[in-house]
Write a protein that binds this ligand. Structure first.
Ligand SMILES: Cc1cc2nc3c(=O)[nH]c(=O)nc-3n(C[C@H](O)[C@H](O)[C@H](O)COP(=O)(O)O)c2cc1C
Length: 210
């Protein structure tokens, strides 16, 4: 393969930057965020600018874009309640996750729109999605303004995790077996990846030959 000469990011439009970045940094996990608004309405939306940041403390990050009319409902709710849940999107929830991404006002409950049931988190002031394989219960740790194109990075402290009984774990550890989790990954635009082949590769040790 021969790399073409680099395209400078500042020569691209915002749309082109988005298209390149989100089709090259793949697959991305989806943080399916559930929150509750100050008026009590439950809110649910997927975010694929999402990743694990640190294990101790247990932190995750999610970058939430703003609309021309103001911050998205998830951000408004996280600011107000200081809490949210991250629901793991497995293969059976692909379509309901997509349905929950509808651009609707704060008065709309996306749980209802997507045919899902909200259950109150026992740990934080937020609902989670009934039936998902795993939930991270989070408190707002830090909010970082990340620039002119209006994105806000939310750093969440994971105060607890819930696992479905059907999940299996690697013996002697808390690793969840990916085969039992069946997570969906975000590719570009409306494209998603389903779990495929898994290869287990021990890390090289300094004293091992080669
Ligand atoms: C798979 C997927 C990933 C998404 N990732 C993001 C993201 O990382 N950041 C973002 O601002 N919007 C993202 N969106 C769009 C939001 O889900 C959408 O704007 C949603 O309506 C926001 O809802 P809210 O106003 O209730 O917070 C994504 C949509 C989909 C379908």
């Amino acid at each position: 393969m021969t790399l073409r000469s680099p395209v400078r990011s500042e020569e691209l439009s915002a749309r082109e930057r988005y298209e390149l970045l989100t089709s090259l940094v793949v697959p991305r996990p989806i943080g399916w965020l559930s929150t509750r608004g100050p008026d009590g309405v439950a809110n649910l939306a997927p975010f694929s600018y999402f990743s694990a940041l640190s294990a101790s403390p247990m932190l995750i990050g999610v970058s939430i874009g703003h609309r021309s009319t103001g911050p998205k409902d998830s951000l408004v709710n996280i600011r107000a309640s200081g809490a949210f849940c991250v629901n793991v999107v497995d293969v059976p929830h692909l379509e309901s996750m997509n349905a929950s991404s509808i651009d609707s006002g704060p008065e709309h409950d996306e749980f209802r729109h997507a045919g899902l049931t909200a259950v109150e988190s026992p740990l934080v002031d937020a609902p989670y999605v009934s039936g998902v394989p795993a939930v991270l219960h989070c408190r707002l740790h830090r909010e970082v303004d990340i620039g002119a194109e209006a994105n806000t990075l939310i750093v969440g402290l994971v105060v607890g995790t819930s696992l479905d009984d059907a999940l299996t774990q690697v013996e002697g550890s808390r690793y969840v077996r990916t085969e039992s989790l069946r997570p969906v990954g975000r590719l570009w635009g409306p494209a998603y990846s389903m779990p495929g082949e898994i290869r287990v590769l021990p890390r090289p040790r300094p004293d091992s030959p080669g």
